[in-house]
Write a protein that binds this ligand. Structure first.
Ligand SMILES: [Fe+2]
Length: 163
């Protein structure tokens, strides 16, 4: 089993005990896949991007609270990656820095942080294409739509007659 697969198992063990397991699995694995896609598109490290995606909200699902979740998830990610072995200190620092800043969608940071923020926006937008975007996601979604040559999302269900 490679290090990413071992990380996936460690994250799954945590999410298994979460109150909102379905959302935990779907969102963390979805952001990991979206992060790998964006990293490959941008010539960044897809494995580290996937690792950051898997861990980026881990504290939220572990504790059931989203308070200060970026900082708490970053700290928890450092523990998990340290115990897991296989990731070197510079990689752990890069992943944890990206997780710590992922709620700051308004500002642009290093390439891995940008991949993670955009992957979070992409997963939220794709998980329910008819729902409104989350607050603060619109500008990044618009940029992603252009970058990935995606069509405009259909009008929200609430805007369509008969629904
Ligand atoms: Fe997220």
């Amino acid at each position: 089993m490679n290090r990413l697969e071992r990380l996936r198992e460690a994250v799954d063990e945590i999410v298994e005990r979460a109150a909102d397991r379905r959302s935990g699995f779907a969102h963390l694995h979805g952001v990991a896949a979206a992060a790998a896609l964006l990293a490959l598109r941008r010539g960044e490290d897809a494995e580290l991007a996937a690792a950051a995606g898997l861990l980026h909200d881990v504290a939220t699902y572990e504790t059931g609270s989203a308070d200060d979740h970026a900082a708490r998830s970053s700290q928890r990610a450092r523990q998990i990656l340290g115990l897991l072995r296989g990731f070197d200190p510079a990689e752990i620092d890069a992943v944890c820095a990206a997780i710590a800043s992922h709620s700051d969608k308004a500002n642009v940071q290093d390439a891995l942080s940008e991949v993670l923020k955009d992957a979070d926006v992409l997963e939220h937008a794709l998980s329910n294409p008819l729902a409104s975007l989350l607050e603060g996601h619109a500008a990044r979604w618009e940029a992603l739509r252009r970058e990935l040559a995606l069509s405009v999302l259909p009008a929200s269900a609430a805007d369509r007659p008969g629904e």
